[in-house]
Design a protein. Sequence first.
Length: 114
Amino acid sequence: QVQFVESGGGLVQPGGSLRLSCAASGSDFRFYGLGWYRQVPGKQRELVAAITNGVGTNYADSVKGRFTISRDNAKKAMYLQMDSLKPEDTAVYYCNTNPSGGPWGQGTQVTVSS
């Protein structure tokens, strides 16, 4: 089972950028498809970016062209580069396998506001 710790969130102005990091522990990290998820209060957690155990990626329409997901299997890490941020990107961001199956971490808060 893989466990995750997210970091890199913060307060940023609209149009700004952030890079989220996800550190994983556990075995067989490289075999898992992974994803970045986000959740706002009162709404279901949604998958915004996914990466296969190879190099294939997929994005929600709402972030396509603005977010870039990547992974480093040697470091057991995953990243989310977020550019051209919008207020509607404000959420707590989580990483997990895709499909999600392991325990959720504490997430990292991203707030986009002027």
